[in-house]
Write a protein that binds this ligand. Structure first.
Ligand SMILES: O=C(O)CCC(=O)C(=O)O
Length: 267
């Protein structure tokens, strides 16, 4: 664990994921790591998460007459337990190994798909909502704090789509591009649906296409999605997302250690 300075051991991250897993992530743009958290961690973090979902202001995402989900933005800035999860030593070490270079935490969002139907999460890639450029490319670690079978709205991905061009129809003049419109060339690509147990973690590349089903069960779906970016990434404003990162200037590097801490080996 972090207290024993795992990153002083050069083979720490190597012990956590094999070279084969890293290659698979880079080919497919996603990977599931089962059992990332212990039962005790899941219980403690779910309790903290439910408290946040109860008390904090939330962003609601409605689409097609239903609620896709709601979330607590930047939850790491208001809850020490969930900050600990966003900067979890195993998760961050694996993230850097998958990405192949030093990363910073950009943001973490505590997600909820409520009981009572909800709406599916539409197919999208995250890159248009991450207004930064850099190498290695950003990724999301999505940690399940409840079991998420297909019926509770687990994620479905198009493996390899991060390496394919995302062909879209021309946006009519004067209109913003719709990031949730299917890229035309992806419709017939195979998809993979990934149910997860509480404590499992998936990582997905910011350009991989993904979606999720509705929650059709009688239990809430709770997860923490943390976005990690290249440690030297620079801000590139986007029309699609409000700048909720603290008034950054175009071209400004992501080097505020307080807001965007280095993770893993760089800490
Ligand atoms: O949790 C979901 O349904 C979607 C999450 C997502 O799109 C993401 O973490 O990038």
């Amino acid at each position: 664990m972090r207290g024993t300075k795992p990153n002083d051991k050069p083979d720490y991250a190597q012990d956590l994921v094999s070279d084969e897993t890293v290659s698979r992530y880079r080919e497919q743009g996603l990977i599931r790591i089962p059992g990332m958290l212990t039962r005790e961690e899941v219980d403690r973090l779910l309790e903290a998460a439910l408290r946040q979902l109860d008390e904090a202001d939330k962003v609601a995402w409605d689409r097609g007459g239903g609620r896709v989900m709601d979330w607590v933005a930047h939850v790491d800035r208001r809850c020490a337990d969930l900050r600990g999860l966003a900067l979890h030593p195993r998760i961050t070490a694996i993230a850097e190994r998958l990405a192949g270079g030093p990363l910073r935490m950009l943001k973490s969002e505590l997600l909820r798909k409520a009981v009572g139907g909800s709406a599916p999460t539409p197919l999208h890639a995250d890159a248009p909502a991450i207004p930064f450029t850099g190498r290695p490319i950003g990724m999301t670690a999505w940690v399940a704090l409840t079991d998420v079978p297909i019926e509770r709205g687990c994620m479905t991905y198009i493996p390899g789509s991060h390496l394919m061009p995302h062909e879209r129809d021309e946006t009519p003049p004067g209109q913003s591009p719709d990031p949730f419109r299917w890229p035309r060339n992806m419709i017939w690509e195979p998809r993979v649906t990934v149910p997860v147990r509480a404590g499992d973690c998936t990582f997905h590349h910011e350009n991989v296409l993904h979606m999720a089903g509705r929650n059709e069960t009688d239990q809430v779906r709770v997860s923490l999605a943390t976005v990690y970016m290249d440690a030297d990434a620079v801000f590139e404003p986007s029309d699609l997302v409000p700048d909720d990162l603290g008034g950054m200037e175009p071209g400004q590097p992501l080097n505020d250690d307080r807001l965007f801490p280095l993770i893993g080996a760089g800490r």
